[in-house]
Design a protein around this ligand. Structure first.
Ligand code: MLT
Length: 394
């Protein structure tokens, strides 16, 4: 017997569908320039301190005295310690045994469902990063959606009539770039505590928050240690999309049915996962050094400037958008009330610019479009020039 839940999924994962469309386009028009503002894949290289640390670790692996085999179960202590120190700077006090190193937030966001009952009800904002929805469909869980729209600036708040066991939140948000305030996250934490629910908080884009008044971790909110798990990664923070490293925080105080979820996750990970390479964890550790922090800031500044260029172009063209300030994503309304995929096809056909159709992130994303600021500045400038020309033809 196969897992028939897979038959309920869309035929391919959103970004695979887009890659196929773009591949077909470049085969048909090999001479045309393609400007990729679609998938949130980074383009700035690894920071020099990271490269140096990885290089050093490679040499260690080549000598019998410093060679390492299987690593520590939850990830090397040096990296978990560095993560705890990073959180402590914002007064979030964690223990090293509350941090688990993984190969990225995407894997953990999917795998975490192993420790929850299939009978749980899941509440997912719409539009949303498709991994949350697809992994729950695969597991046969029933999903209720909470709608994001222009009126709530794509930041849905708890609906007290609607009970859920598992709640997904992502801030700064993928795909909309919106950002929850402390008060708004407090309302979510209160709601989760009232309902014995667990919040799965995706903070993959926290490094983009420049406004100090906004939270970068759910654990900045009182009570969250009793109802939340946080997922983060080095992908967007330090350009690790191809290097692979992330972390998940499960506070010891988080219990359901008197059982600590931290222990359950440890049991799950030690059974199904053998850890992230030592050399990669040494690279990740270097991100938290003073030099590392300065160097990654340069890359984040670069992407934020791209986001600003995109946002200014949309303002100039009179197009509604949100995001782009404390986030690398800009979420715009499709011109002339076009459907997302129609806009995607037309934009690609006429300009070679690739974005992500809002409908790919859920029903509430229909009529919207996501632009990513992770491209090169040259590409962003070129793409926006094409956008202006295209705007004139509408
Ligand atoms: C995106 O474009 O939404 C991200 O790159 C997806 C991811 O981080 O897996």
């Amino acid at each position: 017997m196969i897992n028939e839940n897979y038959l309920k999924l869309k035929e391919s994962y959103l970004f695979s569908t887009i890659a196929k469309k773009v591949g077909d386009y470049s085969k048909t028009y090999p001479e045309k320039r393609i400007t990729r503002l679609g998938i949130g894949d980074v383009t700035r290289p690894l920071a020099p301190v990271v490269v140096e640390a990885i290089g050093k670790a490679v040499l260690e692996m080549g000598k019998a005295e410093t060679f390492r085999g299987y690593g520590e179960e939850q990830g090397y202590l040096f990296l978990r310690k560095a993560i705890c120190e990073y959180y402590a700077k914002r007064s979030v006090m964690l223990n090293e045994d509350e941090v688990f190193i993984s190969d990225g937030a995407k894997s953990d966001l999917g795998n975490i469902l192993d420790i929850f009952s299939a009978a749980n009800t899941v509440q997912i904002p719409d539009p949303v990063y498709p991994v949350y929805v697809d992994t729950n469909i695969m597991a046969g869980r029933s999903i209720t959606y909470i709608n994001g729209n222009i009126e709530n600036n794509f930041l849905p708040m708890p609906d007290r009539k609607n009970k859920a066991d598992i709640i997904y939140l992502c801030s700064p948000n993928n795909p909309t770039g919106s950002l929850y305030s402390k008060e708004e996250l407090k309302a979510w934490v209160d709601y989760a505590l009232e309902n014995d629910a667990v919040i799965l908080f995706d903070s993959a884009y926290e490094i983009f928050v420049r406004n100090e008044n906004y939270p970068r971790s759910i654990f900045e909110i009182e009570g969250a240690v009793e109802c939340a798990i946080e997922f983060c990664s080095f992908s967007k923070t330090a350009g690790f999309t191809g290097t692979r490293c992330g972390y998940t925080i499960i506070p010891k105080k988080l219990k359901r049915n008197s059982i600590a979820l931290n222990g359950m996750w440890l049991r799950r990970q030690t059974t199904k996962f053998n850890g992230v390479p030592y050399i990669v964890q040494r690279g990740a550790e270097a991100v938290f050094t003073d030099a590392g922090q300065v160097q990654i800031k340069e890359a984040i500044d670069y992407y934020l400037e791209n986001a600003n260029i995109i946002a200014n172009t949309l303002t100039e063209l009179g197009i509604w958008y949100t995001g782009g300030k404390n986030s690398p994503y800009i979420w715009m309304k499709c011109p002339k009330n076009m459907l997302s995929w129609d806009f995607f096809d037309q934009l690609l056909e006429k300009t070679g610019v690739v974005g992500t159709p809002g409908a790919g992130f859920g029903n509430m994303g229909e009529g919207f479009f996501r632009l990513s600021a992770f491209g090169s500045k040259e590409n962003v400038l070129y793409g926006m020039e094409k956008f202006r020309e295209y705007g004139g033809t509408l």
